[in-house]
Write a protein that binds this ligand. Structure first.
Ligand code: PEP
Ligand code: MG
Length: 580
């Protein structure tokens, strides 16, 4: 048996192939002061490098095959926007002019400053945005330093079937490698939320990230197995391991083919109950993945991604345009647009939240609280959502509701904006449903009161669980406590579902729990009939719905809800899941 390395499984799937070690160019950056008369030439050299980087990215963008998940394009577009952003297009030029430094040095100084800002952020998603800065800077530096193209940039297939082992990958590089037919990749850095790994998931490339010293421990050309779910990398495996993983690989392919057949089938239980399966989207371009999964609606459109990675806030028109791409694409199916869920810890380039006194950002000024405090931020979004409602089945959803007065304030604003739009001659749906996310424990406890005021509710388990258990899921010191099956969490979920049934208010779930196959049967048994999840999970969940009978599940769920022992709950859930 060879060596077993572990990392974070960021994109599921088994791959077996030969390792191809790629070293990122190590840049020797000389730092020198230029004489005054060479400054103009240096500025021109920098501008030329920027323009070339842009040309390269546009060429890669043009090559994106039509049938690949479209969020790929948006990652490249983000990098293109960064090349236009003054932080990279103007500040280095100012440094060249003011400090008379060479272009590489100016760029490096600016890179270090930007990366420092991102690294100081609490939010893990935003923290990994420093990778975007690095990828873009890296591309410009390669041009400035006249480095030869990387193997994957050549128009051949020398990486076909390889398992690429690298320190880090940019989304553009991974796209080029995908086009060369790589089998998988292993990176030393990166985590679940880096754009490259999000991309790997969309492209279906198995990937393990965060494998320390991978390039030291894996020899070029060595046979490697990767398990992108478990985060395992087996180097020089023996025959037995190879046989085992080949069999699993075949089984996975067979399963994926079976699931693909369910796309156009209804999600109906064995005893004839139809379950609604919607998808969560983050970018208008996610529409493709959603269609491929056969989702019958959008249960959560996280609009904050429209606001990120940019210097200015999106205008009303820009938001309207983005919303309409989804609304038109869904052709009359429901689209649930969630109003901005930015937190005190999530800062945008063009917008800063006052951090004073924010020792606990997760309990601070975020989501609807922030929006109600800053109407200049909130109003354009409400206007855009209302205007989008004239073109399809738009529903608006408010995140982080904790107190009824927040909802009342939103309702007043919506009424004012409707009046305004009418006077301006804009169309909107007078009856646009307004729902709320139940993700604060207090809101779950008083879901019946909220239900009377709302057209629908959606349980946000990601936050509900972390707030109910006072456990930050990404804090390694305590995340062993993060448990969707905690009896307290299950009771909050059940209370919300019951409040919905009692008041005839539809209740959905749109947190990660809704897309986790382990919990589907329990949730069905608890009376949940609407799920919204990442499109990649939808067919798997549909297959479970189709293989379940609600009558049996209800009995078991009742038993689970009476339990307070986590082991007993786990055992009951396992039992439910084992039913054929
Ligand atoms: C949730 O909290 O479950 C949810 C869906 O919202 P987000 O993950 O965007 O906070
Ligand atoms: Mg949430």
């Amino acid at each position: 048996m060879g060596l077993i390395l572990t990392g974070v499984g960021v994109s599921k799937g088994i791959a077996i192939g030969n390792a191809c070690l790629l070293n990122r160019d190590q840049f020797e950056i000389n730092e020198y002061v230029l004489p005054k008369h060479l400054i103009a030439e240096e500025v021109a050299r920098f501008r030329h490098a920027l323009a070339t980087a842009k040309k390269q990215l546009k060429a890669i963008h043009r090559k994106i095959p039509r049938n690949t998940p479209v969020d790929i394009a948006s990652f490249l577009e983000t990098h293109l926007l960064m090349l236009d952003d003054s932080a990279l297009s103007e500040v280095p030029i100012r440094l060249i002019k003011n400090q008379q430094c060479n272009a590489e040095w100016a760029l490096k100084q600016q890179r270090d400053g930007l990366v420092g800002v991102f690294e100081a952020m609490d939010d893990p998603y935003l923290r990994t945005r420093k990778d975007d800065v690095d990828h873009v800077v890296h591309r410009i530096l390669r041009i400035l330093l006249n480095h030869a193209p990387q193997p994957f940039e050549a128009p051949d297939n020398r990486l076909t079937g390889c398992i690429v082992v690298v320190e880090d990958l940019s989304p553009a590089d991974s796209l080029l490698m995908h086009q060369q037919g790589i089998a998988a990749f292993v990176t030393e850095s990166g985590g679940v939320t880096s754009h490259t790994t999000i991309l790997a998931r969309s492209l279906g490339i198995p990937a393990v990230a965060g494998v320390r010293h991978a390039r030291r421990d894996i020899q070029h050309n060595a046979v490697v197995i990767i398990d992108g779910q478990q985060g395992l990398v087996l180097v020089d495996p023996d025959e037995q391991a190879l046989r085992y993983f080949r069999a699993r690989q075949r089984e996975e392919k067979r399963h994926a083919t079976q699931l693909a057949k369910l796309k156009n089938q209804p999600a109906v239980t064995r005893d004839g109950v139809t379950i609604t399966l919607h998808a969560n989207v983050e970018l208008p371009d996610d529409l493709y993945a959603l269609k491929r999964a056969g989702a019958t609606g959008v249960g959560l459109y996280r609009t904050e991604f429209l606001y990120m990675n940019r210097a200015q806030l999106p205008s009303e028109e820009e938001q309207l345009h983005a919303y309409l791409r989804i609304v038109r694409g869904m052709k009359g199916a429901p689209v649930t647009i969630r109003t901005l869920d930015l937190g005190a810890d999530k800062m945008l380039n063009g917008y800063r939240v006052d951090m004073q006194g924010a020792a606990n950002p997760a309990l601070g000024l975020r989501a609807v609280r922030l929006c109600l405090k800053d109407l200049a931020l909130f109003r354009p979004q409400l206007r855009a959502i209302l205007r989008a409602s004239a073109y399809g089945a738009v529903r608006m959803m408010i995140p982080m509701l904790a107190a009824p007065h927040e909802l009342a304030q939103v309702m007043v604003l919506v009424a004012q904006i409707k009046q305004e739009l009418m006077e301006e001659g804009h169309k909107y749906d007078e009856k646009m449903p307004i729902g709320g996310m139940i993700e604060v424990p207090a809101a779950a406890l008083m879901a019946d009161a909220f239900a009377h005021q709302l057209d629908f509710m959606s349980i946000g388990t990601n936050d509900l669980i972390q707030y109910a258990l006072a456990t930050d899921r990404i804090n390694e010191a305590v995340n062993y406590l993060y448990n969707p099956l905690h009896p307290g969490v299950l009771r909050l979920i059940h209370m919300t579902i019951l409040a919905g049934h009692k008041t005839k208010t539809p209740v959905a779930m749109c947190g990660e729990m809704a897309g986790d196959a382990r919990y589907t049967r329990l949730l069905l048994g608890m009376g949940l009939n609407q799920f919204s999840m990442h499109p990649a999970m939808l067919l798997e969940i549909k297959s479970i719905v189709q293989a379940s009978s609600l009558a049996d599940l209800r009995k078991m769920a009742r038993k689970v809800l009476k339990c307070s022992d986590p082991d007993e709950i786990n055992a009951l859930v396992d039992k439910m899941n084992a039913w054929s």
